[in-house]
Each structure stands twice: as C-alpha cells, then as structure tokens.
Design a protein around this ligand. Sequence first.
Ligand SMILES: NC(=O)c1ccc[n+]([C@@H]2O[C@H](COP(=O)([O-])OP(=O)(O)OC[C@H]3O[C@@H](n4cnc5c(N)ncnc54)[C@H](OP(=O)(O)O)[C@@H]3O)[C@@H](O)[C@H]2O)c1
Length: 334
Amino acid sequence: MSAKKRYNLAVMGATGAVGNAFLRILEERKFPINKIRLLASERSKNKKLKFKGRLHTVEVLGHNSFKGIDLVLASAGASRSLEFLPSAVKTGAICIDNSSAFRMEKDVPLVVPEVNAQRVKEHRGIIANPNCSTIQMVVALWPIHKAAKIKRIVVTTFQSVSGAGQKKIFELEDQSRAYLSKKKFTPVELPYQIAFNLIPQIDIFLDNDYTKEEMKMAGETRKIMEDPSLKINATCVRVPVFYAHSESVNIETERHISAKEARSILSKAPGIVVADDPDAQVYPMPIHCEGKDEVFVGRIREDESIGNGISMWVVSDNIRKGAALNAIQIAELL
Ligand SMILES: NC(=O)c1ccc[n+]([C@@H]2O[C@H](COP(=O)([O-])OP(=O)(O)OC[C@H]3O[C@@H](n4cnc5c(N)ncnc54)[C@H](OP(=O)(O)O)[C@@H]3O)[C@@H](O)[C@H]2O)c1
C-alpha cells in the first residue's frame, strides 16, 4: 500500500462496538480513505452511521460486498470472517480480522505492532488481530521478555462487558438499573447476572476445564512472542465494568530483573504508560484508561515468593488497543 494513495475501505460489523470504534479512530488518525462501505447484518439494512460528518447507509454483508475494496476491517464475528473474507481476498482486498477465525493459522500473521510489526509483510491477504486480553498483555510483557526472557506467565483478567459486544453494554446498564430499583430481571446476554457480580467464565469450557478465552491467551501469546516454550496459565473473569480490561500479571524470568529495572524498561517502551507510584496511590484503573490508546502498567513489584519474578497490573481499553486501534495500526504499517 502506498503513502499517497487513498484507499477504498469496507468495515464488516460497522454497527457493533468495535465497528463504531473503527469509524471514530479512522477519523481521528486521518486514515487516507477514498470510499468507505459499511457492512452489517440484515438487521441493520439501511441504518445510517455518521462518518466524517456525513451519514453513510449500512449495507448487508454479502460475497459481492468487496468489489473495488482495498482494505477490509472485519469485526462481525468468526463465522462471518470464515465465510466472507476468502471472497474479499479473491477480489484483491487485504483483510484485517478481529475475530479468532484465522489467528492460529500458520500462514496468517498475528500482529501487535509494538511486538512483531515485521510479520505484517508475510500476509497472503489476511492478517489477524489478536484477542483483546492478549494484545494488552504482550505489549506490556514484550520489552521485559527481550531484556530478561520470560519463562512463565500467570495472568488473571478482569474483562469489561464491552469485550463481549454492544448488547452486553446495554445488559449491564439495564441490570444495574433494575438491581438498584429492586426490580426482577433475567440475564439475557451473559450466563449469569453481571451487575454487582463477577463471572469466572469467558467463552465456552474446553475438555481441560479451561475456557476458550484462557487457551486463546496462551496460544496467541506464544505465537506473537514466537516462543513455543513459554508457559502460560490464564484465568479470565468478566467484571461489571463498561470499558477497559484489567489484568494481574505475574511472570518468572530467566535473568533476575528488579522492579526498578522493569519500571525503567517499560517507561521507555512504545505504547506503554507506566502509572506506578504506591506512595501517591497511583496505579491504572479502567475509568482512567477508557478512551485512551496506550497500555497502562502499574503495581510493578518483585515477586518475593520466587527468585526471578515480577508482578504487575495492566489496564487498557479493549475496544481501542484491544481491537480497533490495533487493527488500524496494522493497516498503517501496510
Ligand atoms: N469488543 C471487543 O473488545 C473485541 C475485542 C477484540 C475482538 N473482538 C471481536 O470483534 C468482533 C465484533 O465484536 P463486537 O464487540 O463489535 O461485537 P458486537 O457489538 O456484537 O457487533 C457485532 C457486529 O457484527 C455484525 N454481524 C453480526 N452477525 C452478522 C451477520 N450475520 N452478517 C453481517 N454482520 C453481522 C453486527 O451487525 P448487526 O448490528 O446488524 O447485528 C455488528 O455490526 C468479534 O469477532 C469479537 O470477538 C471484539
């Protein structure tokens, strides 16, 4: 792709939480666009969405949606990506896919620009955007991995409802209102009440009793950091927060690294803001990270239970860096 050209874009899933962020971030970063096509399901046919001050009509996604399109930003779920992206690639478009459909395919690069930007060049039409929880964790861990080689990661996530799509945002609003006014309600979008509760299940359970989300974090991290020997144990929890995922991350490294050195490495790394001052009670929180582009790291401390260990707290906006922004950064690399 050339710097002077203006591109024809299709946003697949334009009416969703990530689709909406695509439109806002394309505007903010002045992405060079000639035409934009907004695609969604039959439910959104003829709906109008605002982009760059103009209303654009949503079209129903189909195999013929990609004629003349240079770049597809896909966020309409894995089954739509599996079904429609091959058609887009056939017409010559490059696709950046937010779903899990192609992430672990051998010939599909799985890219986080701060970590493995060079892999973008290897694409054969599709580039995969990792899972939101994976992206913010690898941005925070990659600089430490380069300095001290991480051997093992133990992570617990605290994932906001927006990570599960627009309808879950409404569900948390509705349930909170109902709960506080002592009205009865039945969870619709999530398996249990999420208002004033935590759900230690994201995605389905697999044969090993981990959830698919937890195993995605492990597999994707190994692929992005290009280290099959990396040991990862994840527990993923849905929390009653609207935007931004938080993660408690504990690592064991080959070389000893002090908290001071980790802080210094992270404060110079791209895409990271270190917010870490225990005396002043400074640490990242979802309410401060919502709407921001960076990955915020705090509570950096040495793990006193092992020789070479560091614990930290990592927060980032799942819709931006965890999805739309990362995909647009990939497009900018192209
Ligand atoms: N939310 C996150 O933090 C996040 C992070 C990383 C990756 N992702 C991934 O991004 C994708 C979208 O997530 P989201 O949070 O934006 O979900 P969402 O808010 O539920 O939006 C889903 C989008 O897909 C469209 N869609 C659904 N079924 C369709 C169909 N049969 N044909 C055409 N379009 C269809 C919807 O259109 P209608 O409005 O017409 O139904 C909507 O635009 C998912 O694959 C998700 O795993 C999300």
